[in-house]
Design a protein around this ligand. Structure first.
Ligand code: ATP
Length: 225
């Protein structure tokens, strides 16, 4: 699903954000990515989505070599990946329903199919009754769940989340994690970047740890292991 082989990333100013990183995430796996601020977590996620390209080494995603991917093929790759951000990037002047429908509109789905899929995605995140709300009328946790519904509405095989619980209290954070587990059990691969070591410790998943751009551990960090 994802494979990094000796991947280094040096930004144009000369800063080395990743240093010979090796790891893979298997189809159907759920894993955490952690490390201090500036360790390279967002850079690693940007390489998976081809926002950035590796300086050296190889990044494989769904069998594509990202370093060699033609610009015209990038949208095709991104369609297979659901991305969730800390600040959820919702459009505040659009309803919940229209926010979640956006990726399907871009894909050219029919109105009937969009209604069906948006309803199903919002039901999955527990917001089936808030279709016509605007984001400003939702709590932080609900807004994050709208962002998750938007990420899964295209039924991607891979979900990437960058600090998805950064603004949420521990109870809501755990609810969001349980939601990721539900998608993972249905076969979606999930990679979650987070600073929240407490949250990681409460769950039994492999944890990829970056320090100063180097992958220093791929161990399970759950409390019972
Ligand atoms: N476009 C860029 N140009 C130059 N340097 C960059 C760029 N993007 C990131 N960096 C640098 O690369 C390093 C890693 O950044 P990155 O955003 O990947 O870290 P992070 O682990 O996600 O941090 P945080 O947890 O604070 O979000 C940082 O020192 C950052 O300043």
């Amino acid at each position: 699903m994802i494979r990094f082989e000796q991947v280094s990333k040096v930004y144009s100013g000369g800063f080395q954000a990743l240093n010979r990183v090796n790891f893979s995430v298997e189809p159907g796996e759920m894993a955490f990515l952690t490390g201090h601020s500036g360790a390279g977590k967002s850079t690693l996620l940007k390489l998976i989505t081809a926002i950035e390209k590796p300086t050296t080494g190889k990044v494989w995603v769904h069998g594509h070599d990202i370093g060699k991917l033609a610009r015209s093929k990038v949208p095709f790759l991104r369609r297979q990946i659901g991305i969730i951000f800390q600040d959820h990037n919702l459009l505040m002047d659009k309803s919940v329903k229209d926010n979640v429908a956006l990726p399907l509109l871009i894909e050219g789905f029919s109105a009937g199919e969009i209604d069906k899929r948006v309803g199903a995605a919002l039901d999955l995140v527990g917001l089936g009754d808030k279709l016509n709300y605007y984001p400003m009328h939702l709590s932080g946790g609900e807004q994050q769940r709208v962002g998750i519904a938007r990420a899964i509405v295209t039924k991607p095989k891979l979900l990437l989340a960058d600090e998805p619980t950064g603004n949420l209290d521990p109870k809501l954070s755990m609810e969001i994690m349980r939601l990721f587990e539900t998608f993972n059990r249905a076969g979606t691969s999930v990679l979650i970047a987070t600073h929240d070591l407490g949250l990681i410790a409460r769950m039994r998943y492999r944890t990829l740890t970056l320090r100063d751009g180097a992958m220093i551990s791929e161990a399970y960090q759950g409390a019972e292991l």
